[in-house]
Design a protein around this ligand. Structure first.
Ligand code: NAI
Length: 336
């Protein structure tokens, strides 16, 4: 069966790392008909629109997209395309597995946690305005509906993958109403899963706990902003943003993308680590039912990194993006 999937190459290192994904999937022989439609700065230069209509039509039709990172201007300019797409398609769960990869030098071992980040509201609603000169206000939106939904996703995920504990991360000691509602909603969900341990940790303490005892954590469920920040922190524990995959999951639409951004300072140099995108592609293969291929891709990545002969600079090697991709493809081809 051929799967038709929208491919958004994105900006910066996007085209380098998404082309690695296409090569790796081709090596597995899973038949994908990629519908390539760009969004972001590159798309703007070509079409005058950051999100061309063709892109929206393609995602609505195919219901699955693989996305490279998209640049968002800081402090001024247009609203994040990433946030816009997540809100438009209501991909309410941002799922980011963070796992120790043998062969990567970090001070930590045995990290195996999954970040489940609420992806549709919180401060990322983008509701902000000037109150008066020198005073700005941003509105944090937390709803019982979205908090319950992400809680249910986290516990169902834990149940499906035989995980033992869910930790809700919050700041309800200060934001008693908004984070209080988040926490209350998750607690109600937790009551329905007595077999899964449940705990609550305040976000600042969570950051310290993760840096000191990351192996103690399993599934983390967080509102949008804390989820964003803690994801990068967690990525740092296992060797950096070049390694951590992700998926934006909705009711019937899913957009797969790495945690990292467009990394403009290394773009176009053939040195970006494509691993995070390749592992995001493995999550996508699982999602479309190609589980054997997904397992093979993970095995190929693990083997190439463990051998250490073709690794990129960010993880201590000297290989180019193309060389590590080729090594992963070669493993897949020979193992099939
Ligand atoms: P970034 O994730 O692009 O880069 C942070 C650091 O990690 C940089 O040192 C970069 O070189 C390194 N890095 C990231 N990915 C790497 C890879 N695959 N291989 C090796 N090194 C890698 O974050 P930054 O600099 O904060 O953001 C740059 C742009 O990306 C901004 O416009 C931001 O808005 C956008 N962004 C987009 C995201 C998305 O499309 N989902 C997510 C995060 C940021």
């Amino acid at each position: 069966m051929t799967h038709t999937i929208t491919l958004i190459p994105g900006d910066g290192i996007g085209s380098e790392v998404t082309s690695a994904v296409q090569k790796v999937i081709a090596a597995t022989n899973v038949a994908i008909d990629w519908e390539t439609v760009n969004g972001g700065e590159e798309a703007y230069k070509a079409t005058g629109k950051f999100i061309p209509d063709e892109l929206l039509e393609s995602i609505s039709k195919n219901k699955i997209a693989f996305k490279g990172p998209i640049t968002t201007p800081i402090g001024t300019g247009f609203k994040s395309i990433n946030v816009t797409l997540r809100q438009k398609y209501h991909t309410y769960a941002n799922v980011r597995p963070v796992k120790t990869i043998p062969g990567i030098k970090t001070p930590f071992e045995n990290i195996d946690l999954v970040i489940v980040r609420e992806n549709s509201e919180d401060l990322y609603k983008g509701i902000e305005h000037w109150v008066t000169d020198g005073v700005a206000e941003a509105i944090k939106v937390i709803t019982e509906k979205a908090s319950t939904k992400i809680g249910e996703y986290a516990f169902e995920y834990a149940k499906k993958y035989n995980r033992k504990k869910v930790t809700a991360v919050h700041k309800a000691n200060i934001m008693k109403i908004s984070d209080g509602l988040f926490l209350d909603s998750i607690r109600k969900v937790a009551e329905k899963y007595p077999e899964i341990e449940y705990e609550e940790v305040i976000v600042d303490n969570m950051c310290m706990q993760l840096v000191m005892y990351p192996e103690n954590y399993d599934v983390l469920v967080l509102p949008n902003l804390y989820g964003d920040i803690v994801s990068d922190l967690a990525a740092g524990l296992v060797g950096g943003l070049g390694l951590v995959p992700g998926a934006n999951i909705g009711e019937d639409i899913a957009i797969f993308e790495a945690v990292h951004g467009s990394a403009p300072t290394i773009a176009g140099k053939n040195i970006a680590n494509p691993t995070a995108c390749i592992l995001s592609a493995a999550m996508m293969l699982d999602y479309i039912g190609e589980t054997k291929a997904a397992t093979l891709v993970r095995e190929a990545v693990a083997t190439v990194i463990k051998e250490g002969k073709a690794t990129t600079q960010d993880i201590g090697g000297t290989a180019t993006t193309e060389e590590i991709t080729e090594a992963i493809c070669n493993y897949i081809t020979s193992a099939k």
